[in-house]
Design a protein around this ligand. Sequence first.
Ligand code: TMP
Length: 203
Amino acid sequence: MNNLIVFEGIDGSGKSTQIRLLESKLLEKKIPYSVYREPGGNYLSEKIRDILLDKNMDICNEAETMLFLAARAQLTNENIYPDLNENKLVVCDRFCDSTLAYQGYGKKIDKEIIKKCNLFVTRNLNPLMTIIIDIDYENSLLRMGKNKDRMENNSKVFFEDVIVGYKELALQSPDRYFVVDGMLSEEEIHDLIWKKINIKRSI
Ligand code: TMP
C-alpha cells in the first residue's frame, strides 16, 4: 500500500513543527513510520542539499532543477520504496510538488519537463496525500529568520509565484491535496491534519 504523506509549503510555513507533532502522534499510536526531508535523507542527497543551499554557490536554474531531481531519485530508491515495502507510513518534508512550485512556477522552468522528470526519478510514485500549509509571504518572512540559505534568499516576487503554484496544483487535483491555513494555531493545524490522514488511510 502507498502510505506516503507529503508536506509542502513555502519556507517558514510551519512544516517542520507539524511534522514533529505528527511524529509524536504516530509514536503514541504505535504506527511504524519514517520521516525524510527533501533534499536529503541519505548520504548523497544530503551532500546535494549542502550544495543547493550554499549561499556562496552560483547555480543556474537548470542545474538547480536537476540537482533537486537527483536528490529525489536517490531518496526514493534508497529510502522511500524500501520503507513503503515494509508497510511503514512515510512522511516526507517536500517532494515532487516543491520542484513544480519552486523551479516551475518560481523559476519558470518548463513544468511539463519537470512533471516528466518527477515521474522518472520516482518511478511514478504519487503520494497518498499532500498537505499544503498555506501562508502568505509577509508571515513566512517573519518566521524565516535572518540567516537565510541560498533558496530563502529568493525575491518576494519569486515566493509569491511559488504560492500561486501551490494553489494551482491543489485546485487541479483537489482529491490529492489538503490545504490548511498556516495561520491557525499549531494544535488546530495538527488536529485537522491528523483527522484528514485517518480519513485517507481508511479509504
Ligand atoms: P527546506 O528548507 O524546506 O528543507 O527546503 C530546502 C529548500 O529547497 C527550500 O527553500 C525549498 C527548496 N526546494 C526547491 O526549490 N525545489 C525542490 O524540489 C525542493 C525539494 C526544495
